[in-house]
Design a protein around this ligand. Sequence first.
Ligand code: FAD
Length: 431
Amino acid sequence: MPPGSTLDLEPATAAIDDVRDSQKTTCCVVGGGPGGMMLALLLARQGVPVTLLEQHKDFDRDFRGDTIHPSIMEILDQIGLAEPLHQLRHAKIYGPTLQIANTTFNPIDLRRLKTRFPYIFLVPQARFLDFLANEASKYPDFRLVMGANVEQLIEEDGQVRGVRYLGADGTHEVRAPLVVGADGRFSRVRHLVGFEPIKTSAPMDILWFRLPHIPGDLPEGEGRILGGLGVGRILVVFDRFDYWQVGYVFPKGHYQNLRAAGLESLRQSIAEVEPAFAEHVKTLTDWHQFSLLSVESSRCPHWFKPGLLLIGDAAHVMSPVGGVGINYAVQDAVVAANILAAPLRAGRVQLSDLAKVQDEREWPTRVIQAAQSAMQNRILASVLRSQTVLRIPWFVRAFFAIPFLRDIPARILAFGVRRVRVSEEGVRSST
Ligand SMILES: Cc1cc2nc3c(=O)[nH]c(=O)nc-3n(C[C@H](O)[C@H](O)[C@H](O)COP(=O)(O)OP(=O)(O)OC[C@H]3O[C@@H](n4cnc5c(N)ncnc54)[C@H](O)[C@@H]3O)c2cc1C
């Protein structure tokens, strides 16, 4: 179907024997991560009936980033949610602290940016998603189904017309003129529709694990992402208040070497990068306490087809460098809601509307992925290969000392390549 043609917004009804029930909605969002949740909230606010299907029964999972960047906070502020979000237990950081040998380097200071929220707000992502879900549930057009594992697309006449999901009690169907795949890096929807992402592998992998809070350890609550750089390794640390969530970054493909060297060697290595964890690492006694995350980034050449749109990690997996994945997923959601809410309500979504979402969001994604790739290949790869304790090169320190230049990375970190705002119509709530 060429861009410009109108999608048929009256879903067909077909009897399917093993399906327990078939519901209709206007937009079916698959995946309750930051992208899907934000899109569902913004559509529901504007009176678009939306059903959100999330495969897990809750949002409590380790594999989540916890960062809310200034751009997301500004978006939330537009719809009156920044203040309430600040009521949740949180921490703030004004820029990552790089700890190298015994010195620290703070290349980025968000406090110099023109924004009401010049910090990265750290809140366990599960609490953030609970917060958005709770907010969305105030709108009668929002329906959330937890424990709904989408397994099939309903396709008729070359158009996606809904999904089938497996719930606790069997298979259900949701029919909708538009399905949005916001189901993350391993997107089932993307797979079902046959879109192949172009992958770029990063020169590193991450071991992801928890360490306990111990009285007197790192200062609690002030919030920090520590990038500890040592001999061939980097440590990233989030304070999740009840525990430390830690990422141990090491050269890609070296996992077997780590295993062969043994747990004691890994414990020592962690404590070398962050000596404050010398006691904590004693709790690491089994490899089952670690999850291996293969770092890659990718982007889909196509984000849409008739009746279907991909957003967030489903459309483009971002490398963890800079922690921008949540930011980009939320920005995709805002742009999608800005463009699609009115056509959805009017019952006339055109393929060109879906194309517009990709057009607006693809280039900022490609720019940031190119920047991440350059950083990974030129800086991180050499850090991870290094056999000596690193020093920050003079030209890097010089760059961050020049007032005009030093804030460019901060602006990109805070807002992405360009600021995204909720449309005026989106700001006006339907209730
Ligand atoms: C270990 C780790 C640390 C990270 N740290 C950061 C960070 O600090 N800052 C940052 O910005 N980004 C970080 N990221 C990246 C960030 O988490 C993602 O970019 C972001 O969550 C993408 O949001 P999303 O809504 O597109 O997808 P996701 O957050 O992945 O959400 C997808 C949702 O879809 C659900 N789902 C999947 N399949 C189905 C199905 N078949 N049916 C129904 N539901 C389904 C999943 O359960 C999930 O809830 C990190 C990623 C990882 C893995």
